[in-house]
Design a protein around this ligand. Sequence first.
Ligand code: SAH
Length: 460
Amino acid sequence: MQYLPIFLNVRAQNCLIVGGGEVAYRKAVLLDKSGARLRVVAPDIDDLLETLVIAGAGELHRRPFAEADLDGVFLVVAATDDEDVNAAVSAAAKARGLPVNVVDKPSLCSFIVPSIVDRSPVVIAISSGGTSPVLTRKLKEKIEVLVPAAYGRLALLLGKYRGRVKSMITEGKRRTRFWEALLSGPLSEMVFAGKEEDGKRYIEQHLALADYLDVRGEVFLVGAGPGDPDLLTLKALRLMHEADVVLYDRLVSKEIMARVRPDAEKINVGKERSNHLVPQEEINDMLVRLAREGKRVLRLKGGDPFIFGRGGEEIDQLAEARIPFQVIPGITAASGCACYAGIPLTHREYSQSVRFVTGHLKNDTIDLDWPTLASENQTVVFYMGLVGLEVICAQLIAHGMAADMPIALVQQGTTANQKVLTGTLESMPALVAANEIQAPTIIIVGRVVKLRPLYSWFGG
Ligand code: SAH
Protein backbone atom coordinates (compact mmCIF):
# COMPACT_ATOMS: atom_id res chain seq x y z
CA MET A 1 0.00 0.00 0.00
CA GLN A 2 1.37 3.34 -1.03
CA TYR A 3 -0.75 5.42 1.36
CA LEU A 4 -2.16 4.83 4.80
CA PRO A 5 -5.95 5.18 4.69
CA ILE A 6 -7.15 7.10 7.75
CA PHE A 7 -10.12 9.26 8.68
CA LEU A 8 -8.90 12.47 10.22
CA ASN A 9 -10.84 14.46 12.80
CA VAL A 10 -10.56 18.09 11.68
CA ARG A 11 -13.46 19.42 13.74
CA ALA A 12 -12.74 22.99 14.90
CA GLN A 13 -9.18 22.77 13.55
CA ASN A 14 -7.71 25.51 11.36
CA CYS A 15 -7.27 24.19 7.86
CA LEU A 16 -5.50 26.32 5.28
CA ILE A 17 -6.57 26.41 1.66
CA VAL A 18 -4.35 28.33 -0.72
CA GLY A 19 -6.38 29.16 -3.83
CA GLY A 20 -9.69 30.89 -4.50
CA GLY A 21 -11.20 29.14 -7.51
CA GLU A 22 -13.50 26.19 -8.13
CA VAL A 23 -11.00 23.49 -7.17
CA ALA A 24 -10.31 25.27 -3.89
CA TYR A 25 -14.05 25.57 -3.36
CA ARG A 26 -14.59 21.81 -3.75
CA LYS A 27 -11.96 21.05 -1.14
CA ALA A 28 -13.38 23.75 1.10
CA VAL A 29 -16.83 22.14 0.95
CA LEU A 30 -15.37 18.82 2.06
CA LEU A 31 -13.43 20.37 4.91
CA ASP A 32 -16.44 22.43 5.93
CA LYS A 33 -18.68 19.33 5.99
CA SER A 34 -16.15 17.70 8.29
CA GLY A 35 -16.36 20.63 10.69
CA ALA A 36 -13.00 22.27 9.92
CA ARG A 37 -12.40 26.00 10.41
CA LEU A 38 -11.32 27.37 7.06
CA ARG A 39 -8.51 29.82 6.37
CA VAL A 40 -8.47 30.73 2.69
CA VAL A 41 -5.61 32.68 1.14
CA ALA A 42 -5.60 33.87 -2.50
CA PRO A 43 -5.44 37.18 -4.39
CA ASP A 44 -8.85 36.40 -5.95
CA ILE A 45 -11.54 34.45 -4.12
CA ASP A 46 -14.75 33.32 -5.85
CA ASP A 47 -18.09 34.40 -4.39
CA LEU A 48 -19.22 30.86 -3.58
CA LEU A 49 -16.05 30.16 -1.64
CA GLU A 50 -16.30 33.49 0.14
CA THR A 51 -19.88 32.77 1.21
CA LEU A 52 -18.91 29.33 2.51
CA VAL A 53 -15.99 30.66 4.55
CA ILE A 54 -18.03 33.49 6.04
CA ALA A 55 -20.90 31.16 6.92
CA GLY A 56 -18.45 28.92 8.79
CA ALA A 57 -16.85 31.91 10.59
CA GLY A 58 -13.53 31.23 8.88
CA GLU A 59 -10.81 33.60 7.66
CA LEU A 60 -10.44 35.13 4.18
CA HIS A 61 -7.16 36.73 3.10
CA ARG A 62 -7.16 38.36 -0.34
CA ARG A 63 -3.40 38.34 -1.01
CA PRO A 64 -0.66 35.93 -2.06
CA PHE A 65 0.35 33.07 0.24
CA ALA A 66 2.86 33.90 2.98
CA GLU A 67 4.75 31.43 5.17
CA ALA A 68 3.08 32.85 8.28
CA ASP A 69 -0.30 31.60 6.96
CA LEU A 70 0.77 28.23 8.32
CA ASP A 71 0.75 29.48 11.91
CA GLY A 72 -1.68 27.49 14.05
CA VAL A 73 -2.71 25.33 11.11
CA PHE A 74 -3.55 21.60 11.30
CA LEU A 75 -3.70 20.70 7.63
CA VAL A 76 -2.89 22.39 4.31
CA VAL A 77 -4.39 22.24 0.82
CA ALA A 78 -2.81 23.98 -2.17
CA ALA A 79 -5.32 24.45 -4.98
CA THR A 80 -4.01 27.28 -7.14
CA ASP A 81 -3.34 27.10 -10.88
CA ASP A 82 0.21 28.40 -10.33
CA GLU A 83 2.67 25.50 -10.05
CA ASP A 84 5.32 27.61 -8.31
CA VAL A 85 2.89 28.71 -5.62
CA ASN A 86 1.68 25.14 -5.14
CA ALA A 87 5.28 23.91 -4.84
CA ALA A 88 6.13 26.69 -2.36
CA VAL A 89 3.10 25.88 -0.18
CA SER A 90 3.98 22.20 -0.24
CA ALA A 91 7.63 22.85 0.72
CA ALA A 92 6.70 25.27 3.51
CA ALA A 93 4.10 22.90 4.97
CA LYS A 94 6.47 19.93 4.84
CA ALA A 95 9.18 22.01 6.53
CA ARG A 96 6.79 22.47 9.44
CA GLY A 97 5.74 18.83 9.44
CA LEU A 98 2.17 19.71 8.40
CA PRO A 99 0.14 17.33 6.23
CA VAL A 100 -0.27 18.89 2.79
CA ASN A 101 -2.27 18.10 -0.31
CA VAL A 102 -1.60 19.70 -3.68
CA VAL A 103 -4.60 19.02 -5.87
CA ASP A 104 -3.76 16.69 -8.77
CA LYS A 105 -0.06 16.69 -7.96
CA PRO A 106 0.67 13.53 -5.95
CA SER A 107 4.42 14.13 -5.98
CA LEU A 108 3.95 17.29 -3.89
CA CYS A 109 1.47 15.72 -1.47
CA SER A 110 1.97 14.15 1.90
CA PHE A 111 -1.68 13.03 1.78
CA ILE A 112 -4.18 12.59 -1.00
CA VAL A 113 -7.92 13.11 -0.75
CA PRO A 114 -9.92 10.01 -1.66
CA SER A 115 -13.05 9.88 -3.70
CA ILE A 116 -15.94 9.29 -1.31
CA VAL A 117 -19.34 7.66 -1.11
CA ASP A 118 -21.09 9.57 1.62
CA ARG A 119 -23.74 7.75 3.63
CA SER A 120 -22.89 9.65 6.78
CA PRO A 121 -22.06 8.52 9.34
CA VAL A 122 -20.84 5.75 7.02
CA VAL A 123 -18.26 7.10 4.59
CA ILE A 124 -16.48 4.96 2.02
CA ALA A 125 -13.19 6.32 0.77
CA ILE A 126 -11.67 5.15 -2.53
CA SER A 127 -8.24 5.86 -3.89
CA SER A 128 -6.19 4.60 -6.80
CA GLY A 129 -3.06 6.01 -5.16
CA GLY A 130 -3.06 8.90 -7.62
CA THR A 131 -2.84 6.61 -10.68
CA SER A 132 -6.25 7.04 -12.29
CA PRO A 133 -8.98 9.40 -11.13
CA VAL A 134 -11.34 8.02 -13.82
CA LEU A 135 -10.94 4.46 -12.55
CA THR A 136 -11.66 5.70 -9.05
CA ARG A 137 -14.78 7.44 -10.29
CA LYS A 138 -16.00 4.27 -12.02
CA LEU A 139 -15.51 2.31 -8.84
CA LYS A 140 -17.31 4.99 -6.90
CA GLU A 141 -20.30 4.67 -9.29
CA LYS A 142 -20.41 0.94 -8.61
CA ILE A 143 -20.34 1.41 -4.86
CA GLU A 144 -22.97 4.16 -5.04
CA VAL A 145 -25.28 1.57 -6.58
CA LEU A 146 -24.47 -1.12 -4.05
CA VAL A 147 -24.88 0.85 -0.86
CA PRO A 148 -28.45 1.96 -0.31
CA ALA A 149 -29.09 5.58 0.56
CA ALA A 150 -30.50 4.50 3.92
CA TYR A 151 -27.21 2.97 5.05
CA GLY A 152 -26.50 6.03 7.14
CA ARG A 153 -29.81 5.60 8.94
CA LEU A 154 -28.93 2.01 9.72
CA ALA A 155 -25.57 3.08 11.14
CA LEU A 156 -27.22 5.77 13.28
CA LEU A 157 -29.70 3.25 14.64
CA LEU A 158 -26.95 0.76 15.49
CA GLY A 159 -24.92 3.57 17.03
CA LYS A 160 -27.76 4.29 19.46
CA TYR A 161 -27.54 0.75 20.83
CA ARG A 162 -23.77 0.43 20.89
CA GLY A 163 -23.25 1.51 24.50
CA ARG A 164 -26.15 -0.53 25.82
CA VAL A 165 -25.08 -3.67 24.02
CA LYS A 166 -21.55 -3.21 25.32
CA SER A 167 -22.73 -3.02 28.91
CA MET A 168 -25.18 -5.92 28.52
CA ILE A 169 -22.92 -8.33 26.63
CA THR A 170 -19.54 -7.78 28.20
CA GLU A 171 -17.62 -10.51 26.49
CA GLY A 172 -16.22 -9.22 23.18
CA LYS A 173 -16.70 -12.38 21.15
CA ARG A 174 -20.30 -12.83 22.17
CA ARG A 175 -20.94 -9.19 21.44
CA THR A 176 -19.58 -9.57 17.91
CA ARG A 177 -21.78 -12.62 17.41
CA PHE A 178 -24.77 -10.66 18.60
CA TRP A 179 -24.17 -7.89 16.04
CA GLU A 180 -23.51 -10.36 13.26
CA ALA A 181 -26.71 -12.24 13.96
CA LEU A 182 -28.60 -8.97 14.11
CA LEU A 183 -27.24 -7.71 10.80
CA SER A 184 -27.70 -10.94 8.90
CA GLY A 185 -31.38 -10.92 9.81
CA PRO A 186 -34.08 -8.67 8.44
CA LEU A 187 -33.01 -5.58 10.40
CA SER A 188 -31.23 -3.84 7.51
CA GLU A 189 -34.16 -4.40 5.21
CA MET A 190 -36.56 -3.04 7.83
CA VAL A 191 -34.57 0.18 8.02
CA PHE A 192 -34.19 0.43 4.23
CA ALA A 193 -37.95 -0.04 3.91
CA GLY A 194 -38.48 2.85 6.32
CA LYS A 195 -39.71 0.62 9.14
CA GLU A 196 -37.40 1.97 11.79
CA GLU A 197 -39.82 1.33 14.64
CA ASP A 198 -39.95 -2.35 13.61
CA GLY A 199 -36.16 -2.27 13.53
CA LYS A 200 -35.98 -0.95 17.08
CA ARG A 201 -38.45 -3.58 18.25
CA TYR A 202 -36.37 -6.24 16.53
CA ILE A 203 -33.19 -5.07 18.28
CA GLU A 204 -34.99 -4.94 21.63
CA GLN A 205 -36.24 -8.49 21.13
CA HIS A 206 -32.73 -9.67 20.40
CA LEU A 207 -31.39 -7.86 23.41
CA ALA A 208 -34.00 -9.46 25.62
CA LEU A 209 -32.71 -12.84 24.51
CA ALA A 210 -29.09 -11.84 24.37
CA ASP A 211 -27.85 -15.29 23.60
CA TYR A 212 -30.58 -16.12 21.16
CA LEU A 213 -28.58 -16.16 17.94
CA ASP A 214 -31.07 -17.73 15.64
CA VAL A 215 -31.35 -15.86 12.38
CA ARG A 216 -34.85 -15.29 11.10
CA GLY A 217 -35.32 -16.15 7.45
CA GLU A 218 -36.93 -13.93 4.88
CA VAL A 219 -38.10 -14.21 1.27
CA PHE A 220 -37.49 -11.64 -1.44
CA LEU A 221 -39.81 -12.05 -4.40
CA VAL A 222 -37.95 -10.09 -7.03
CA GLY A 223 -38.73 -9.19 -10.63
CA ALA A 224 -35.65 -9.62 -12.80
CA GLY A 225 -37.00 -7.84 -15.87
CA PRO A 226 -37.24 -9.24 -19.39
CA GLY A 227 -33.62 -10.25 -19.96
CA ASP A 228 -31.20 -7.34 -20.33
CA PRO A 229 -29.34 -7.26 -16.97
CA ASP A 230 -29.10 -3.48 -17.19
CA LEU A 231 -32.86 -3.41 -16.70
CA LEU A 232 -32.60 -4.81 -13.17
CA THR A 233 -33.64 -2.37 -10.48
CA LEU A 234 -31.10 -1.21 -7.91
CA LYS A 235 -33.12 -2.94 -5.23
CA ALA A 236 -33.17 -6.23 -7.16
CA LEU A 237 -29.39 -6.06 -7.48
CA ARG A 238 -28.96 -5.36 -3.80
CA LEU A 239 -31.11 -8.29 -2.76
CA MET A 240 -29.31 -10.50 -5.29
CA HIS A 241 -26.15 -9.73 -3.35
CA GLU A 242 -27.73 -10.50 0.00
CA ALA A 243 -29.44 -13.80 -0.66
CA ASP A 244 -28.19 -17.07 0.81
CA VAL A 245 -30.20 -19.12 -1.66
CA VAL A 246 -31.78 -18.29 -5.02
CA LEU A 247 -34.72 -19.99 -6.72
CA TYR A 248 -34.86 -19.06 -10.38
CA ASP A 249 -36.45 -20.31 -13.57
CA ARG A 250 -35.92 -20.34 -17.29
CA LEU A 251 -37.02 -16.75 -17.86
CA VAL A 252 -34.09 -15.44 -15.83
CA SER A 253 -31.13 -14.97 -18.16
CA LYS A 254 -27.60 -16.25 -17.52
CA GLU A 255 -26.32 -12.68 -17.53
CA ILE A 256 -28.69 -11.86 -14.71
CA MET A 257 -27.77 -14.96 -12.73
CA ALA A 258 -24.12 -13.94 -13.06
CA ARG A 259 -24.93 -10.94 -10.89
CA VAL A 260 -26.19 -13.01 -7.97
CA ARG A 261 -23.87 -13.30 -4.96
CA PRO A 262 -21.31 -15.90 -6.11
CA ASP A 263 -21.49 -18.06 -2.98
CA ALA A 264 -25.28 -18.18 -2.83
CA GLU A 265 -26.87 -21.57 -3.41
CA LYS A 266 -28.69 -21.53 -6.77
CA ILE A 267 -31.70 -23.74 -7.40
CA ASN A 268 -33.21 -23.95 -10.88
CA VAL A 269 -36.92 -24.52 -10.36
CA GLY A 270 -37.62 -24.09 -14.07
CA LYS A 271 -36.04 -27.40 -14.83
CA GLU A 272 -35.41 -30.52 -12.90
CA ARG A 273 -32.96 -33.17 -13.96
CA SER A 274 -35.81 -34.91 -15.76
CA ASN A 275 -36.51 -31.63 -17.59
CA HIS A 276 -39.86 -31.15 -15.89
CA LEU A 277 -40.92 -27.99 -14.14
CA VAL A 278 -40.90 -28.09 -10.37
CA PRO A 279 -44.63 -27.90 -9.60
CA GLN A 280 -45.82 -24.59 -8.18
CA GLU A 281 -46.87 -26.17 -4.86
CA GLU A 282 -43.39 -27.53 -4.42
CA ILE A 283 -41.84 -24.11 -5.04
CA ASN A 284 -44.22 -22.61 -2.47
CA ASP A 285 -43.21 -25.27 0.06
CA MET A 286 -39.51 -24.79 -0.67
CA LEU A 287 -39.74 -21.05 0.01
CA VAL A 288 -41.29 -21.69 3.41
CA ARG A 289 -38.85 -24.47 4.32
CA LEU A 290 -35.72 -22.51 3.34
CA ALA A 291 -36.88 -19.39 5.17
CA ARG A 292 -37.64 -21.47 8.27
CA GLU A 293 -34.03 -22.67 8.15
CA GLY A 294 -33.12 -19.02 8.73
CA LYS A 295 -32.05 -18.33 5.15
CA ARG A 296 -32.58 -15.23 3.11
CA VAL A 297 -34.31 -16.66 0.09
CA LEU A 298 -34.40 -14.87 -3.23
CA ARG A 299 -37.19 -15.92 -5.54
CA LEU A 300 -36.07 -14.42 -8.83
CA LYS A 301 -38.73 -14.20 -11.52
CA GLY A 302 -38.69 -12.99 -15.09
CA GLY A 303 -40.31 -9.60 -15.70
CA ASP A 304 -42.55 -8.46 -12.88
CA PRO A 305 -43.54 -10.95 -10.17
CA PHE A 306 -47.13 -9.75 -10.10
CA ILE A 307 -47.74 -9.92 -13.85
CA PHE A 308 -48.50 -13.46 -14.97
CA GLY A 309 -45.87 -14.56 -12.50
CA ARG A 310 -47.90 -16.49 -9.92
CA GLY A 311 -46.22 -14.21 -7.40
CA GLY A 312 -49.45 -14.01 -5.43
CA GLU A 313 -49.60 -17.74 -4.87
CA GLU A 314 -46.05 -17.82 -3.59
CA ILE A 315 -46.83 -15.09 -1.10
CA ASP A 316 -50.04 -16.73 0.11
CA GLN A 317 -48.18 -19.47 1.84
CA LEU A 318 -45.49 -17.17 3.24
CA ALA A 319 -48.10 -14.91 4.74
CA GLU A 320 -49.85 -17.88 6.28
CA ALA A 321 -46.58 -19.14 7.76
CA ARG A 322 -45.82 -15.60 9.03
CA ILE A 323 -42.53 -15.45 7.19
CA PRO A 324 -41.41 -11.91 6.38
CA PHE A 325 -41.26 -11.17 2.68
CA GLN A 326 -40.80 -8.32 0.22
CA VAL A 327 -42.04 -8.00 -3.34
CA ILE A 328 -39.85 -6.02 -5.71
CA PRO A 329 -41.29 -5.00 -9.08
CA GLY A 330 -39.46 -5.65 -12.31
CA ILE A 331 -39.87 -4.37 -15.84
CA THR A 332 -42.54 -6.56 -17.35
CA ALA A 333 -42.02 -8.18 -20.76
CA ALA A 334 -44.65 -5.93 -22.35
CA SER A 335 -42.85 -2.68 -21.53
CA GLY A 336 -39.36 -4.10 -21.99
CA CYS A 337 -40.12 -5.64 -25.39
CA ALA A 338 -42.20 -2.70 -26.59
CA CYS A 339 -39.45 -0.17 -25.80
CA TYR A 340 -36.68 -2.30 -27.31
CA ALA A 341 -38.80 -2.96 -30.41
CA GLY A 342 -39.63 0.72 -30.87
CA ILE A 343 -43.38 0.25 -30.37
CA PRO A 344 -44.99 2.71 -27.93
CA LEU A 345 -47.73 0.91 -26.03
CA THR A 346 -49.96 3.96 -25.99
CA HIS A 347 -50.12 6.87 -28.39
CA ARG A 348 -52.23 9.99 -28.38
CA GLU A 349 -53.64 9.22 -31.79
CA TYR A 350 -53.66 5.44 -32.15
CA SER A 351 -54.10 3.93 -28.73
CA GLN A 352 -55.56 5.34 -25.56
CA SER A 353 -55.17 2.26 -23.42
CA VAL A 354 -53.20 -0.94 -23.19
CA ARG A 355 -54.20 -4.40 -22.03
CA PHE A 356 -51.97 -7.24 -20.92
CA VAL A 357 -53.62 -10.61 -21.45
CA THR A 358 -52.54 -14.21 -21.46
CA GLY A 359 -52.71 -16.00 -24.77
CA HIS A 360 -52.26 -19.39 -23.20
CA LEU A 361 -53.98 -22.05 -25.28
CA LYS A 362 -56.12 -24.59 -23.41
CA ASN A 363 -57.92 -27.36 -25.29
CA ASP A 364 -57.24 -25.48 -28.53
CA THR A 365 -59.07 -22.36 -27.34
CA ILE A 366 -58.21 -19.22 -25.45
CA ASP A 367 -60.80 -18.13 -22.96
CA LEU A 368 -60.81 -14.35 -23.32
CA ASP A 369 -63.32 -11.55 -23.66
CA TRP A 370 -62.78 -11.23 -27.42
CA PRO A 371 -65.37 -8.52 -28.16
CA THR A 372 -63.58 -6.02 -25.88
CA LEU A 373 -60.15 -7.12 -27.09
CA ALA A 374 -61.15 -6.51 -30.69
CA SER A 375 -61.80 -2.82 -30.01
CA GLU A 376 -59.38 -0.80 -32.12
CA ASN A 377 -58.27 2.26 -30.12
CA GLN A 378 -56.12 0.25 -27.79
CA THR A 379 -53.04 -1.93 -27.70
CA VAL A 380 -53.34 -5.55 -26.66
CA VAL A 381 -50.27 -7.41 -25.48
CA PHE A 382 -50.47 -11.19 -25.39
CA TYR A 383 -48.13 -13.02 -23.03
CA MET A 384 -47.57 -16.74 -23.66
CA GLY A 385 -49.24 -16.44 -27.04
CA LEU A 386 -46.90 -18.13 -29.51
CA VAL A 387 -48.69 -21.47 -29.66
CA GLY A 388 -52.08 -19.78 -29.78
CA LEU A 389 -51.11 -17.15 -32.34
CA GLU A 390 -53.35 -18.50 -35.05
CA VAL A 391 -56.34 -18.62 -32.70
CA ILE A 392 -55.60 -15.09 -31.47
CA CYS A 393 -55.51 -13.62 -34.99
CA ALA A 394 -58.62 -15.54 -36.11
CA GLN A 395 -60.63 -14.57 -33.00
CA LEU A 396 -59.76 -10.90 -33.26
CA ILE A 397 -60.83 -10.81 -36.91
CA ALA A 398 -63.98 -12.82 -36.13
CA HIS A 399 -64.90 -10.24 -33.48
CA GLY A 400 -64.62 -7.32 -35.86
CA MET A 401 -61.00 -6.19 -35.82
CA ALA A 402 -59.62 -5.15 -39.21
CA ALA A 403 -57.74 -8.00 -40.88
CA ASP A 404 -54.98 -5.54 -41.76
CA MET A 405 -54.51 -4.48 -38.10
CA PRO A 406 -50.74 -4.35 -37.48
CA ILE A 407 -49.26 -6.97 -35.18
CA ALA A 408 -45.73 -7.60 -33.91
CA LEU A 409 -44.12 -10.65 -32.41
CA VAL A 410 -41.05 -10.02 -30.28
CA GLN A 411 -38.76 -12.94 -29.60
CA GLN A 412 -36.46 -12.82 -26.55
CA GLY A 413 -36.96 -9.09 -26.23
CA THR A 414 -34.23 -6.84 -24.76
CA THR A 415 -31.58 -9.55 -25.23
CA ALA A 416 -28.92 -10.03 -27.90
CA ASN A 417 -31.30 -12.59 -29.50
CA GLN A 418 -34.15 -10.15 -29.90
CA LYS A 419 -36.01 -10.63 -33.15
CA VAL A 420 -39.10 -8.70 -34.20
CA LEU A 421 -41.58 -9.80 -36.86
CA THR A 422 -44.30 -7.42 -37.97
CA GLY A 423 -47.30 -8.04 -40.18
CA THR A 424 -51.08 -7.98 -40.03
CA LEU A 425 -53.57 -10.20 -38.26
CA GLU A 426 -54.06 -11.91 -41.60
CA SER A 427 -50.40 -12.40 -42.56
CA MET A 428 -48.78 -13.08 -39.17
CA PRO A 429 -49.50 -16.82 -38.68
CA ALA A 430 -47.82 -17.69 -42.00
CA LEU A 431 -44.95 -15.31 -41.28
CA VAL A 432 -44.26 -16.95 -37.93
CA ALA A 433 -44.49 -20.42 -39.45
CA ALA A 434 -41.89 -19.42 -42.04
CA ASN A 435 -39.43 -18.15 -39.42
CA GLU A 436 -37.63 -20.05 -36.73
CA ILE A 437 -38.92 -18.56 -33.51
CA GLN A 438 -37.60 -19.22 -30.04
CA ALA A 439 -39.48 -18.64 -26.81
CA PRO A 440 -40.13 -16.48 -24.97
CA THR A 441 -42.15 -14.30 -27.30
CA ILE A 442 -44.69 -11.59 -26.81
CA ILE A 443 -47.35 -10.39 -29.23
CA ILE A 444 -48.38 -6.77 -29.61
CA VAL A 445 -51.57 -5.92 -31.52
CA GLY A 446 -52.55 -2.38 -32.42
CA ARG A 447 -51.97 0.57 -34.76
CA VAL A 448 -48.95 1.58 -32.63
CA VAL A 449 -47.00 -1.24 -34.31
CA LYS A 450 -46.87 0.97 -37.42
CA LEU A 451 -44.51 3.32 -35.60
CA ARG A 452 -41.74 0.75 -35.33
CA PRO A 453 -39.87 1.71 -38.52
CA LEU A 454 -39.54 5.21 -37.12
CA TYR A 455 -38.83 4.37 -33.47
CA SER A 456 -36.72 1.25 -33.73
CA TRP A 457 -33.32 1.73 -32.06
CA PHE A 458 -32.17 -1.59 -30.61
CA GLY A 459 -30.41 -4.42 -32.41
CA GLY A 460 -30.45 -5.24 -36.11
N1 SAH B 1 -43.80 -12.12 -15.07
C1 SAH B 1 -43.37 -12.05 -16.44
C2 SAH B 1 -44.29 -12.84 -17.34
C3 SAH B 1 -44.26 -14.31 -17.08
S1 SAH B 1 -45.26 -15.21 -18.20
C4 SAH B 1 -43.33 -10.58 -16.88
O1 SAH B 1 -43.79 -9.70 -16.15
O2 SAH B 1 -42.78 -10.32 -17.94
C5 SAH B 1 -44.11 -15.68 -19.40
C6 SAH B 1 -44.32 -14.93 -20.68
O3 SAH B 1 -43.73 -13.65 -20.62
C7 SAH B 1 -43.65 -15.56 -21.88
O4 SAH B 1 -44.43 -16.61 -22.41
C8 SAH B 1 -43.61 -14.40 -22.83
O5 SAH B 1 -44.84 -14.17 -23.42
C9 SAH B 1 -43.33 -13.24 -21.90
N2 SAH B 1 -41.89 -12.89 -21.86
C10 SAH B 1 -41.10 -12.87 -20.78
N3 SAH B 1 -39.87 -12.42 -21.11
C11 SAH B 1 -39.88 -12.15 -22.42
C12 SAH B 1 -38.93 -11.66 -23.34
N4 SAH B 1 -37.68 -11.35 -22.97
N5 SAH B 1 -39.28 -11.51 -24.63
C13 SAH B 1 -40.54 -11.82 -25.03
N6 SAH B 1 -41.49 -12.26 -24.19
C14 SAH B 1 -41.17 -12.44 -22.91
